[in-house]
Write a protein that binds this ligand. Structure first.
Ligand SMILES: *[C@@H]1O[C@H](CO)[C@@H](O)[C@H](O)[C@H]1NC(C)=O
Ligand SMILES: *[C@@H]1O[C@H](CO)[C@@H](O)[C@H](O)[C@H]1NC(C)=O
Ligand SMILES: *[C@@H]1O[C@H](CO)[C@@H](O)[C@H](O)[C@H]1NC(C)=O
Ligand SMILES: [Zn+2]
Length: 522
């Protein structure tokens, strides 16, 4: 995932609200109190009767454990680095293909599985189901990784896959070779055990996600569109299981990404007549542009906390907080503006509150005694789901408010549509059930990704895109994403294989069970 760290660090600030005068005042709101104790949206379909399709169980014996870890380590050792938007290690990408063919012989030889290369280095697998009327789904992951250098302070070389204290270290262990290898390893074992799906599914492995996926994911989508494919849902990387990271929350939470922020790279430029610095005009191009970017920093985009999927995150998790946080979370209709004001004080939680504005480049001037004719600045904005790209561009225009500053969109896209997360949402409920079967004490909630993933290219093929893998994050782990000492525990990788093994079979149900009625009786 690109730019992912901030996704998780969210909620730490919320505890600040725990001020006694506030709580006393708020307790007056009876309606609010009732909501606090009845709104348990996490119950969902857990108690309903599910059709049993998870018929093949995975018992990992000593031999398999060794084998699956060895396969994973081999994958980590291949440096499939995306260096820059135009430069990838294509040798490594070819090596990676060879590895997949070697360690997953059943996947590549089974008559049930159709494999093709896309854009030379990406992979698309199609496993048709025995019941063609069941709409297929797609599991997505990416092969490429961001660069890593041992000299940055790694405890083990970043492409060594060395084991330290039960963890495998290496670039890609979290992002995103766990799912890449976990999905195919699960399919390999399922096929060996004679599994044939009822519901067909695709597996897409992109090779350039870290540089926007314009070759890999985009061409996979192109191939599927040409074939007229519609997808029930897409499951990609993104969020994870957070354990001890959300302050005040009792127990771990699995956040399933239902949207991603949009993005805009905007170029601001000012052109004036060049001249000698001995006879300067009252304003230079640098002065005009500097004032413009300062206005953008001084006037942040509007606060939108509570108007995007972050609202549902809190409502789903409310019952796992202690009072008074439980009370506040259950009543965002009343408190979202207050919470937004608290969250905007820190950059990591501010990212959930609004469209963020970051002035990232400023270029002007060539010589100390020449009035520069051109000054340019670049601004990177991450667009809140309640905002659109066009609205953001309009706001930049009015905030800058100076005709001399030319404003151009270099690259951008809208926030991703919000996928469904209710009791009728097939993909969400399948993922949730699979998580809860494995980890019964985890709270499952929808969440939002601050960074972007390959799955955003799939929005024309399905309305339901989920961003999640069951990777466990504990305090301190978020910095490992795109950082040093990226690692995953051996147990966690095994769990990934088991998760996809189970998810594929769970997806074979004809339809979701009817929701349990107890919620409606309240
Ligand atoms: C799983 O087993 C149940 C009962 O044992 C059977 O009714 C069902 O058809 C099986 N499902 C699949 C997908 O094989
Ligand atoms: C590219 O990957 C190959 C292995 O597949 C490796 O030998 C080579 O050093 C890598 N190149 C760079 C520039 O990292
Ligand atoms: C795939 O490889 C061929 C031949 O080397 C090359 O012409 C083509 O541009 C490549 N396509 C992509 C998408 O990289
Ligand atoms: Zn990734």
């Amino acid at each position: 995932m690109t730019d992912s760290r901030a996704n998780f660090k969210v909620f730490k600030l919320l505890k600040i609200i725990f001020s006694s005068f506030l709580v006393a005042a708020l307790l007056l709101f009876t309606v609010a109190s009732i909501r606090t104790f009845t709104l348990d949206v996490n119950v969902g379909l857990q108690t309903a009767h599910w059709e049993k399709t998870n018929n093949i169980s995975l018992v990992i014996d000593h031999h398999q454990r060794k084998e699956l870890l060895e396969n994973f380590k081999k994958a980590v050792r291949i440096p499939t680095v995306s260096f820059s938007p135009t430069e990838s290690n294509t040798t490594a990408l070819l090596d990676f293909e060879r590895l997949l063919r070697k360690v997953f012989p059943t996947v590549f030889s089974s008559t049930l599985v159709h494999h093709e290369l896309v854009a030379n280095y990406s992979h698309l697998f199609w496993v048709p189901g025995s019941q063609p009327d069941l709409v297929p789904y797609l599991l997505l992951a990416h092969i490429d990784v961001v660069p890593a250098s041992e000299s940055d302070g790694w405890e083990a070389p970043p492409f060594s896959a060395q084991e330290i204290d039960g963890f495998i270290y290496g670039r890609g262990t979290l992002d995103d070779k766990g799912p890449v290898m976990g999905i195919l390893q699960a399919l390999e074992y399922l096929l060996i055990k004679g599994y044939a799906p009822r519901r067909g599914f695709y597996i897409g492995l992109g090779h350039d996600e870290e540089i926007h996926g314009h070759n890999g994911a985009v061409n996979i989508v192109h191939v599927l569109k040409q074939r007229g494919v519609r997808l029930s849902f897409v499951l990609d990387e993104g969020l994870a299981i957070l354990d001890g990271i959300i302050s005040g929350l009792e127990g771990p939470a699995a956040l399933i990404g239902v949207s991603e922020k949009g993005m805009a790279n905007v170029k601001l430029s000012v052109s004036v007549k060049p001249g000698h610095s001995s006879m300067p005009p009252s304003e230079t191009s640098i002065g005009i542009l500097a004032a413009a970017v300062k206005r953008l920093e001084d006037n942040p985009m509007p606060r939108f906390f509570g108007y995007g999927p972050e609202r549902e995150t809190f409502e789903h998790l409310a019952h796992k907080f202690r009072l008074p946080m439980k009370f506040i979370m259950s009543n965002l209709w009343l408190f979202s503006s207050l919470l937004g004001r608290v969250m905007e004080r820190k950059p990591d939680s501010n990212a959930f509150v609004r469209t963020t504005t970051a002035v990232t480049m400023f270029n002007a001037g060539v010589k100390v005694n020449v009035i520069p004719s051109l000054a340019e600045a670049y601004v990177n904005l991450r667009i809140h789901p309640a905002h659109s790209l066009q609205e953001v561009l309009d706001l930049i225009q009015s905030t800058v408010g100076d005709q001399r500053v030319k404003i151009e969109l270099v690259y951008g896209f809208d926030p991703l549509p919000v996928s469904s997360a209710d009791e009728k949402s097939f993909g969400f409920q399948i993922i949730k059930k699979t998580v809860l079967d494995m980890f019964p004490t985890v709270a499952v909630a929808p969440g939002i990704c601050i960074g972007n993933t390959d799955s955003r290219h799939f929005k024309d093929l399905t309305s339901d895109i989920y961003r999640f893998s069951p990777v466990w994050f504990k305090p301190g782990d978020l910095q490992r994403f795109h950082g040093i000492n990226e690692r995953i525990s051996k147990k966690n990788y095994e769990d990934l294989v088991a998760f996809y093994f189970s998810l594929i079979q769970n997806s074979d149900i004809q339809k979701l069970p009817e929701p349990h009625s107890s919620l409606h009786e309240l």
